[in-house]
Design a protein around this ligand. Structure first.
Ligand code: NCD
Length: 361
């Protein structure tokens, strides 16, 4: 299915050269923001946030305001017709008739892609459940470029909730496209990276290993990407409590890290980084949040000026197949075409949430 508009659902909708252009533009805007203050005059952006957000929502909003554009939207779907049972399809159709660009965050995987199927303007995925978060990755790329001076030949440790961390999934997919990067995946067995992301790392040829001790690997890292344990995505409070506090970065542990290692975190922080570390020159997470605003300014300008169509569904429709991810958008938005891509002879991958399904023969 091809949409007449450009959308950003996942970074791999575009070539690496395009991401670099957006990041370069973000850096130019950071250095000379006043030049861009009228770049989106007369344009309206809608932010539809079905899930809480501070940084992503406000950085998108300030980005548009700093470009001279205006805003509509909601951050509490209870205040919109969603509370009356309106489908994602209808809400998107209506809002995309009012706005020039739509930014969506949703607690269900594949929601932004589902929205893009009906939208009459570009849609940007601002996070869909624990699945993808491409604009955080653009933020991370700009941060790495400015703080490390490169996007390649980095040893990156990612620590914490690797199963639910959508920022981790999108960042790994992106960084595996640059030469010489190596990944150390630091988590408990319960919070390991989903296999579809590991498969992407394997096929890109990037070395990666899974470990459970942060202390052991800290001295070899150029970048440490900390994440919070995502309480809201656990089936029960007991399961969350069993994982909580497993990884806490302390000033004592940090003594063994390289003097030029940088610490990133998409935020919000719960307690996985000791507050004292905020004053360490290696702590880059607050700067990272500011880079997010500049890169989103670059992204809004780019998307509003793109004249391309987006292929949203590449696979085959199997309306009798059921995605086995209970948090896939195909379960709540029943009208969606159930589209799957074949992986080898025996697997189908859902095109909304990437969950894999064994074909019964
Ligand atoms: C992250 C997110 O929403 O996925 N935060 C963000 O976008 N800045 C990480 C998180 O919620 O833990």
């Amino acid at each position: 299915m091809i949409s007449s508009y450009p959308h950003l659902i996942d970074l791999d909708d575009y070539p690496v050269s395009w991401w670099k252009e957006v990041v370069d533009l973000g850096e130019k805007i950071k250095n000379n923001p006043e030049i861009y203050s009228g770049a989106c005059q007369g344009k309206i952006m809608a932010t539809l946030f079905y899930e809480p957000s501070t940084r992503t929502q406000m950085s998108f909003q300030t980005a548009m305001l700093r470009l001279g554009g205006r805003l509509i939207g909601f951050d509490n779907p209870a205040n919109s017709s969603v509370s009356k049972g309106e489908t994602l399809k209808d809400t998107t159709k209506i809002v995309s008739n009012y706005a020039d660009i739509l930014v969506m965050r949703h607690p269900v995987a594949g929601a932004a892609k589902a929205a893009a199927l009906t939208a009459d303007c570009p849609v940007i995925n601002a996070g869909d459940s624990g699945h993808l978060h491409p604009t955080q990755t653009l933020t991370d790329l700009l941060t790495l470029k400015c703080e490390k001076g490169r996007l390649d030949h980095l040893t990156i440790g990612l620590c914490g909730d690797l199963i639910n961390g959508r920022t981790v999934h999108s960042l790994l997919k992106a960084m595996s496209c640059f030469e010489g990067n190596e990944f150390v995946l630091i988590s408990t067995p319960e919070l390991k990276l989903p296999s579809y992301v590991k498969d992407i790392l394997k096929s890109s040829g990037c070395p990666f290993r899974e470990v459970s001790s942060l202390e052991e690997v800290l001295p070899e890292l150029d970048v440490l990407y900390m994440t919070r344990i995502q309480q809201e995505r656990f089936a029960s409070r007991e399961e969350y409590l069993a994982q909580k506090d497993t990884y806490i970065l302390t000033t004592k542990k940090l003594k063994t890290a390289k003097p030029d290692m940088i610490i990133l975190h998409p935020l919000p922080r719960v307690d996985e980084i000791e507050v004292e570390i905020d004053d360490d020159p290696r702590a880059a997470y607050f700067k990272q949040a500011r880079y997010g605003m500049y890169v989103r300014m670059a992204l809004i300008i780019t998307m509003l000026n793109l004249d391309t169509k987006t292929t949203l569904l590449h696979g085959t429709i199997h309306n009798d197949a059921v995605c086995k991810n209970p948090n896939c958008i195909t379960h709540t938005e029943k009208y969606l075409p159930k589209s799957f891509v074949s992986i080898g002879d025996s697997l189908l991958e859902c095109e909304y949430c990437n969950e894999r399904l064994l074909i019964e023969r």
